[in-house]
Design a binder for this molecule. Structure first.
Ligand code: KIV
Length: 271
């Protein structure tokens, strides 16, 4: 199989169909050619060039220092190794503060090979979402724990534990779907809220620390392989240690667990 004519090409339509079929799908971050090739060749549906690169690649404490040029550089590397997965890229901190800035930032990532852009926030992003979607740029809305707002949130905390806040997350997710978001990524919320959001939306919901009921799951590459030296979050599973084998084996074990619904297990979830 050549990566220039992959066996499959995952698109936002594929994800929508998987949701309609009730089939789960997997996602992983990747930041370079080789990891992108390994992830996509193992059958993972979505590759995210996340602004988590600020921590795992650049060694910062958070994602705020990451620039659009940083993300563009890694999208370009990942694009060359991608073997048919949907390539999602993060719009980093302060790259979507105005209409013009948003369009310029998204255009850079799309020209480098991104197929969908992800941006963090709730209903306040509905006009931004509409702006992008109407111009042919698919949007993944990122809600729950939004790491670009870590200073506002007072740390990396579980979101939506309070019933009013949980309702707000569901309502705002529906507003973003209405505005044209094609995918929602939900981070660090209780299991019940992950389930309610996934049931309330007709677009696919990808979870990270959001329980087993979301349509897809995502994990950071360095967490999958236990490479990040700081204490892992509760929702992380080191698949390289768990499988005791190869990197390819770790990716495939993760992908299978997600598709069979055995990851995340209760110990990776917030109640
Ligand atoms: O930047 C990133 O890697 C992310 C994941 C935590 C989903 O947004």
């Amino acid at each position: 199989m050549s990566i220039h004519s992959p066996d499959r090409k995952v698109s936002i339509t594929t994800l929508a169909q998987l949701k309609r079929d009730g089939s789960k799908f997997s996602a992983l971050t990747a930041y370079d050619y080789c990891s992108a090739y390994a992830v996509s060749s193992a059958g993972v549906e979505v590759i995210l060039v996340g602004d988590s690169l600020g921590m795992v690649i650049q060694g910062h404490d958070n994602s705020l220092p990451v620039t659009i040029d940083d993300v563009a550089y890694h999208v370009n590397c990942v694009r060359r190794g991608n073997n048919g997965s949907l390539l999602m890229a993060d719009l980093p901190f302060m790259s979507y503060y105005s209409e013009q800035k948003t369009l310029e930032s998204a255009a850079i990532l799309m020209r480098y090979g991104a197929q969908i852009v992800k941006l963090e926030g709730g209903a306040w992003l509905s006009e931004t979402t509409r702006l992008l979607a109407e111009r042919g740029i698919p949007v993944c809305a990122h809600m729950g724990l939004t790491p670009q707002s870590v200073n506002h949130l007072g740390g990396y905390r579980v979101q939506g534990r309070d019933p009013n806040k949980a309702k707000e997350i569901i309502d705002e997710a529906m507003i973003l779907e209405q505005a044209g978001a094609s995918v929602l990524l939900l981070e660090c919320v209780p299991v019940d809220l992950g389930k309610q959001v996934s049931e309330a939306l007709s677009i696919p919901v990808i979870g990270i620390g959001a329980g087993p009921h979301t349509d897809g799951q995502i994990m950071v590459w360095h967490d999958l392989l236990g490479l990040y030296p700081k204490k892992p979050a509760k929702f992380v599973k080191n698949y390289l240690a768990a499988t005791g084998g190869s990197i390819d084996g770790a990716i495939r074990a993760y992908d299978l667990d997600v598709k069979e619904g055995t990851f995340p297990a209760p110990e990776h979830c917030y109640t």
